[in-house]
Design a binder for this molecule. Structure first.
Ligand code: ADP
Ligand code: MG
Length: 400
């Protein structure tokens, strides 16, 4: 497979919006591509695409339909707040109860998913924190459209941070969930990964051996294509097009968290540019535009600063999704520690100055298609620091 085709396939994966099923690759010349079928649908606020390799059309269509139903069901169940025009989802009801200080009816299946997320939260040192539902709502990022254009009241943010709810305060039984303190849960940083994992299970159940499921730039692959690995593009967080491409090993997931996904811009004071004070003596400053995006730092209550995007490759979508969010919050200088504590092996982080940070294992497999705006910075290998084992020493006894 030639490089030009690799790049165009990567771009095709990144530019999904507006595709329809007639837009599949069967019109292209390569015999390998005639076996590719792709079918997009809209779910979880984004375009999702199921791509299969070598499956018959009936199987492909049936599997895609089941995947679409699964995405739709998961989105309904895990919607954190009740929508005016929709019946109560399960998490919306749980949040209502937990905020009122009541325990809530749940199921073993739901609780197991929430426990899995809590475990990831702990590994991330609390930087991926599904217990920040109220904070996300206060910022207005629980909506994908109609974003606000003003900042929330700092006192409200401070009060939510001071209350400092983490998922460790949750208690589960086979039929219920409760919290030691009022809290609202939001699995927006994990759910797409979980859904992509279930979609891969469905493809396997249908006996499909090669394919991938992609949701808004995040994806997991199944097997390979014509004995060639799937090669995928990583979007440039600033500007358009592909920053780099990667060959995926069978079963791997690649997830990116970016500050370009959901954000608004607001005018704030530029403290480096003082103006003449107002008549009553109030200091005044020139205004500057600042981006406020949807990935919040649970320690400050504000959008995490310094990172533009983080791409993670690991063997599970849910983990990749949670880790991309956590490492985004950790930012330059701290992401290595969090990657090690979450057991992540491949990371690319682009900071807001355009510098690209990556670990040696990632550097070995990534191919930059565009020169990063800033520098390329290689970290130390992502391995837990091994404490040298000191053999127990026999201390010679002083003669009496
Ligand atoms: P995307 O869904 O755009 O790919 P993420 O996976 O990073 O991006 O998820 C962002 C969403 O997760 C936010 O919209 C919000 O609902 C929630 N969220 C934001 N910050 C955090 C955080 N630190 N920990 C857990 N969830 C978060
Ligand atoms: Mg995420």
């Amino acid at each position: 497979m030639g490089l030009a085709m690799l790049a165009s396939f990567a771009l095709a994966l990144l530019a999904l919006s507006g595709c329809d099923s007639s837009n599949d690759s069967t019109t292209n010349q390569s015999p390998a591509q005639t076996l590719i079928q792709r079918q997009p649908f809209f779910a979880m606020g984004t375009m999702v695409e199921v791509v299969t390799y070598g499956a018959d059309k009936k199987t492909h269509t049936a599997a895609t339909r089941e995947i679409e139903n699964t995405f739709t069901e998961l989105a309904k169940t895990w919607q954190p707040w009740q929508k005016a025009d929709a019946p109560h989802g399960k998490l919306a009801r749980i949040n209502q109860d937990l905020l009122a200080g009541r325990s809530s009816l749940s199921t073993e299946k739901l609780n197991r998913i929430m426990l899995e997320a809590s475990e990831l939260s702990q590994q991330s040192r609390g930087l991926f924190n599904p217990a920040i539902g109220q904070l996300v709502q206060t910022w207005g990022f629980d909506r994908s459209v109609d974003l606000p254009n003003t900042l929330p009241d700092p006192a409200t943010i401070k009060a939510l941070i001071d209350a400092n709810h983490g998922p460790h305060l949750l208690r589960y039984t086979a039929h219920s969930i409760s919290s030691l303190k009022p809290v609202a849960l939001d699995y927006g940083a994990f759910l797409k990964g979980y859904a992509v994992d279930r979609a891969i299970d469905i493809l396997r159940d249908y006996g499909i051996e090669g394919g991938l499921v992609e949701a808004g730039g995040d994806l997991r692959v199944l097997g390979s294509k014509d004995e060639q690995p799937w090669r995928i593009g990583i979007r440039n967080p600033r500007g358009s097009g592909v920053l780099a491409s990667i060959s995926m090993q069978p079963g791997e997931a690649m997830f990116t968290s970016g500050d370009y996904e959901r954000y608004f811009e607001a005018e704030v004071d530029d403290l480096s540019k003082p103006l003449a004070p107002a008549a009553d003596g109030t200091p005044r400053f020139a205004k500057t535009k600042q981006r406020f995006h949807h990935i919040l730092d649970p320690r400050t209550g504000y959008p995490a600063m310094g990172t533009a995007s983080v791409t993670i490759i690991t063997d599970e979508g849910a983990k990749a999704d949670a880790a991309a969010t956590a490492l985004f919050v950790a930012g330059p200088g701290k992401w290595e520690k969090v990657a090690v504590s979450m057991g992540i092996q491949y990371v690319l982080l682009v900071d807001t100055d355009g510098n690209a940070y990556l670990n040696p294992a990632m550097a070995e497999r990534i191919k930059f298609e565009t020169q990063p705006e800033g520098s390329l910075l290689l970290s130390a290998p992502l391995v837990a620091k091994v404490v040298p084992q000191v053999a127990p020493q026999v201390v010679p006894q002083a003669p009496e």
